[in-house]
Design a protein around this ligand. Structure first.
Ligand code: PAF
Length: 286
């Protein structure tokens, strides 16, 4: 596995790969890799000739009061895991390499970046949009793989790729969960034992919403009530949002017909958990 740290070498590598006609699969990450990332690497390995991953904790997507300095960094383990998963090239740039002092450009997806996570984290998605665009330009992959765990992020990347006519296919891959349902996330390491036990309630709430839809409930308001009711006083947490939305625009719905996405975000102390479930509600034929 080759490791590249500069923009210049990265560009040279992708130009050479393009000339060879290799189909490149790309997995951008912020490191602290887990089984969720592993499943993305494996999907790329199965479907592409060359697999590129990046490790870069992107300062632009963290708000001033967020966890940029505490964000888990596990460089040695991450390199070993990439090697084990057959990654051909690992791109590990420095901040200076990505954002030199005269850097000025921001990539923002107007509407999608304002909703849900964007309400809680106002500059987050412009940071994501900017780094993902830059990385796609450097790596020039045919396919890039994102987890459904960060559904809004994956949707936003699909939107920017379409709007800017970038020649890459964005593949959204299923969320990987612990046995008790908690969606894997690099930030799960922040949870205390008590918080870890409580954290499963988010997935339980989404599953309860899904079950109600499958039983025929079509009022989004009632579905939200069902999800909220599960988060009782015994849980030391606040609900940032629990919502039933259109799967492409993320607009909140009032009634349900066809495919919907259930979105949830909870706060345990200053740790935020997000999760989602896509649900198909059969069309009402009556
Ligand atoms: O999902 C992440 O790890 C990050 O948001 C990403 C896509 C690597 C951009 O920094």
């Amino acid at each position: 596995m080759r490791i590249i740290r500069t923009v210049r070498s990265m560009k040279r590598w992708s130009t050479d790969s393009q000339l060879r006609g290799d189909k490149i699969g790309f997995i951008p990450t912020m490191g602290a890799l887990h089984a969720g990332h592993q499943s993305l690497l494996q999907r790329a390995r199965r479907t592409c000739d060359r697999v590129v991953a990046s490790l870069f904790v992107n300062p632009l997507q963290f708000g001033p009061a967020e966890d940029l300095t505490q964000y888990p960094r596990k460089l040695k383990q991450d390199i070993a895991l990439c090697r084990q998963e057959g990654v051909d090239l690992l791109f590990i740039p420095s901040s200076q390499e990505i954002y030199p002092d005269d850097f000025q450009t921001i990539v923002m997806v107007a509407e999608l970046s304002q909703r849900w996570e964007g309400q809680e984290r106002p500059t987050h998605f412009q940071g994501v949009g900017t780094i993902v665009t830059k990385l796609l330009n450097l790596v020039r992959p045919h396919r890039a793989f994102f987890g459904q765990k960060d559904y809004q992020q994956a949707l936003l990347v699909q939107r920017l790729v379409k709007d800017l006519s970038l020649p890459v296919k964005i593949v959204m891959c299923p969320t990987i969960r612990e046995n008790d349902g908690l969606a894997l996330s690099s930030r799960n390491t922040y949870l205390s034992r008590e918080q870890r036990e409580q954290a499963t309630v988010l997935y339980s709430a989404l599953k309860a919403g899904k079950a109600a839809i499958k039983k025929g409930m079509r009022s989004a308001g009632q579905i939200c009530q069902i999800m909220k009711r599960l988060i009782t006083n015994k849980h030391i947490m606040t609900i940032d949002y629990l919502a039933v939305c259109h799967p492409l625009t993320l607009e909140p719905l009032t009634s349900i017909n066809g495919q919907v996405i259930l979105l949830g975000a909870l706060r345990l102390g200053n740790i935020r958990l997000i999760d989602n479930l896509l649900v198909h509600a059969p069309q009402d034929c009556s």
